[in-house]
Design a protein around this ligand. Structure first.
Ligand code: ATP
Length: 370
């Protein structure tokens, strides 16, 4: 069922509750629909008021996210329930993810076999297969965008969220973009080459690698180093991190972290890879005997969370500094802080120092179709 744009205010129809998280262009709050009592997540996205302003997202970008989301209906994809818009803001009322991020859920476990990890991965692959079957690429697959609907249930359900960078790919139309997060982006993004659904499959290769080892395959000291590692395609399965990993799992990753996009496994191919769908009892037994490196995974996750909050705090600090440095403004004049403050919408950094961003990747949501 298509979601119609509402002329009324969100607060008339929903009671707004606590903040669940924040993105670069607004906050996400838990809310309760007044008519039904059902809980949802309301994502507030600031939109630019005028063409010249760099504050907020261009309205067409949010409209693209909405257009993609409103047509999606799959158990592993977050649903859009309602939509509101005013001059400076759009509010997306989304299916509520009560279970938090998948990586946080896993980090709380004592131990996890490959077989259990595969149950989650399979759900991610089903969601991605559905998207790609509709010619939609997510282009921002990373741990923060893989959430659980509920966690205190026997089989938690995965949902892919944040379609802010997603694109409908058209036949015969080349799509290029410099968006993404250095650790998870494919070489073709960095080279500003045509992107495709295979670009998402690279990110799945990186996520799987981290999930099994707690080690990020291309992470460098700086973003520039990370990007150059991605371009070199230089990664290995260090014994120290992969001592409990099965050969089938490594083969699965090898078939995703391939420089040539056409040579990467598709989501459908992944779903029939013997690591995911074992062909024999022997293969199945290997998966249940192999386990993920929990000690290292917990370390990776703690560092990841620390960096995410560091980025948020340093963004606030930069904002304060800029406010102090700004010359007095006339009433009604907009403070133009968004570009240096949050280039991450375009290319999210895992580095502490923003100065380390390669210039090309600082372009905000630059993309082109030809
Ligand atoms: P980014 O800056 O990464 O582009 P964004 O502005 O597009 O982010 P989201 O990633 O969609 O925003 O949401 C920001 C955070 O809000 C998420 O990381 C998550 O913690 C929380 N969140 C988003 N959607 C939901 C949801 N449906 N249910 C619960 N929490 C959510």
């Amino acid at each position: 069922q298509a979601v119609a744009l509402r002329a009324r205010s969100v607060e008339e129809l929903y009671e707004l509750l606590e903040t669940l998280g924040s993105g670069h262009f607004g906050v996400v709050k838990r809310c309760r629909e007044r008519s039904t009592g059902t809980f949802y997540a309301a994502k507030f996205v600031k939109t630019r008021r005028c063409r010249g302003s760099r504050r907020g997202l261009e309205r067409v970008q949010v409209e693209r996210e909405v257009a993609i989301l409103r047509d999606l209906q799959h158990p592993n994809i977050m649903r859009l329930h309602d939509l509101f818009a005013c001059r400076a803001e759009m509010v997306l009322v989304l299916e509520l993810m009560r279970g938090g991020e998948l990586f946080d859920f896993i980090a709380e476990k004592e131990m996890l076999s490959e077989e259990e990890a595969i149950e989650f991965l399979e759900q991610i692959l089903h969601g991605v297969q559905y998207l790609h079957g509709r010619s939609i690429a997510h282009f921002d697959l990373k741990p923060e965008n893989i959430m659980l609907q509920e966690k205190d249930v026997p089989k938690p359900q995965i949902k892919i969220i944040d379609f802010g960078l997603a694109q409908k790919l058209e036949d015969g139309v080349t799509f290029k973009s410099l968006c993404g997060t250095p650790q998870y982006i494919a070489p073709e993004v960095i080279n500003y080459e045509p992107l495709s659904s295979a670009t998402d499959m690279w990110s799945i290769g990186v996520i799987t690698y981290i999930l099994l080892s707690g080690f990020s395959p291309f992470q460098g000291e700086t973003d520039a180093e990370t990007l150059s590692n991605v371009l070199e395609g230089a990664y290995e399965f260090e014994e120290h991190y992969f001592s409990d990993t099965s050969e089938m799992a490594k083969d699965f990753i090898r078939q995703l972290l391939v420089k040539e996009p056409q040579e990467r496994m598709t989501a459908s191919e992944c779903l029939v890879h013997p690591w995911i769908k074992p062909l024999s009892r022997k293969q199945a037994a290997k998966r249940s005997r192999s386990s993920i490196n929990m000690k290292n995974f917990r370390k990776f996750n703690a560092r990841r969370k620390w960096k995410l909050s560091y980025n948020m705090v340093s963004a606030c600090n930069r904002l304060c500094r800029m406010r102090l440095l700004c010359s007095p403004r006339t009433e009604g004049e907009e403070l133009d802080f968004c570009a240096p403050l949050c280039p991450q919408r375009c290319c999210e950094s895992d580095q502490e120092e923003e100065g380390s961003h390669p210039v090309t990747l600082l372009r905000r949501r630059r993309s082109s179709c030809s």
